[in-house]
Design a protein around this ligand. Structure first.
Ligand code: ATP
Length: 345
């Protein structure tokens, strides 16, 4: 049942952290689309993803509150975090639909998210209960014709007119061109971890909170000597029977990272368990989680980012395809050797 006849925006994301790109979306959309209010909803951390260094849910919420408190038309809403588990937008829209009519609900997404929209759970249901506002994002193009829309959406198109798509569900998709800000949370995290300037990226209040809480602080001081750390990770790999473990010091090369470690498992499962073993050993010894983990689900190539050390764990068969060591030839081979404990006599 509709309690108010007002146009409401819904903007979800990981907000890890909230940045000026998000603020630009919110302020522009609110004025262009004449929205009364926009709810900003941080998604719960996906419990199926590997744990990485970063803010807690409470810290992400607090960054949002501080970053948005000067805008009275914005409301930070913690329902996805309270719900826990994987946050599906359809569940969130269903909950807003209990109190808001579909014609008044506007889900706001960036073009990058829109390109994948037909992979979202129950996207047709979303487009029945809410309209969509799509904002531009650098390096992503607005659709010129119906054929540029994500494939799954095409059957829902009733009429297409560049800025406005009428849908057979009765809802619409509208495109809003922003004064694009080329900012992403991934880049902001990297900048903070390497002590680079973020004046253009974050509001002062958010930056202050991040520094005060030590979120996204460089890992260096906790890890200390990175060459010793590389050797430590190599040993954790050998302990789980990794093969062909090699390490390189890349400090005198063009590479963005200082050290790299590469190892293989004899199957994708073995590779995954090797990567898990490194994460466990490092957590235990240094109380540090990786800044990011990629490829853990498939186990063909798992990448652990520890800042100045990147660990690549391959399924050996896949490793042959990429030959990463060729890229590191100009670095110094650490000549890693497994330390076999001396046998007691
Ligand atoms: P990450 O770099 O970690 O993927 P992100 O910067 O894309 O993060 P999210 O919290 O994932 O931030 O994004 C939430 C929503 O904001 C998404 O719909 C995304 O498309 C949109 N968005 C993020 N940054 C921008 C930007 N600079 N311009 C326009 N839209 C943006």
């Amino acid at each position: 049942m509709t309690t108010e006849n007002k146009r409401i925006g819904i903007f979800g994301g990981s907000f890890n952290p909230i940045h000026m790109g998000h603020v630009n979306v919110l302020t522009t959309v609110r004025s262009r689309m004449n929205l009364e209010k926009i709810y900003v909803l941080p998604a719960a951390q996906n419990p199926l993803k590997p744990a990485t260094e970063g803010p807690s849910d409470e810290q992400r919420l607090e960054m949002l509150r501080r970053g948005l408190d000067e805008f009275p038309f914005l409301e930070v809403d913690d329902r996805e975090i309270r719900r826990g588990g994987v946050s599906y937008t359809v569940d969130t829209i269903e909950s807003f639909a209990k109190t808001n009519a579909p014609e008044d609900l506007y889900l706001i997404v960036g073009l990058d998210a829109f390109e994948e929209f037909d992979k979202w759970k129950n996207f047709e249901r979303i487009l029945t209960l809410a309209n969509l506002i799509v904002v531009t994002r650098p390096n992503h193009s607005l659709p010129f014709g119906e054929g540029d829309l994500p494939e799954g959406l095409r059957p829902l198109v009733a009429a297409f007119d560049r800025q406005y798509v009428a849908l057979t569900t009765g809802r619409s998709i509208e495109f809003v061109r922003l004064n694009d800000l080329d900012i992403s949370a991934t880049d902001v995290r990297k900048r903070l971890r390497s002590n680079r300037n973020v004046d253009r990226h974050l509001s002062i209040k958010v930056e202050e909170y991040i520094r005060e809480q030590g979120i996204f602080a460089p890992l260096g001081p906790r890890i200390g000597d990175y060459e010793a750390f590389t050797r430590f990770c190599a040993q954790a790999l050998w302990d789980k029977k990794a093969i062909n473990v090699r390490g390189f010091d890349l400090r005198n090369t063009e590479s963005a990272t200082e050290f790299t470690l590469i190892a293989s498992g004899t199957s994708t499962r073995h590779a995954t368990s090797l990567a898990d073993a490194v994460q466990r050993a490092v957590k235990e010894e240094f109380n540090v989680l990786p800044q990011s983990v990629e490829g853990a689900g498939e186990g063909r190539w798992v990448l652990l980012d520890y800042g100045a050390l990147i660990v690549h764990v391959f399924y050996d068969f896949v490793r042959q395809e990429y030959r990463l060591e060729d890229l590191w030839k100009t670095g110094r081979d650490l000549g890693l050797r497994e330390e076999i404990p001396a046998k007691a006599t």
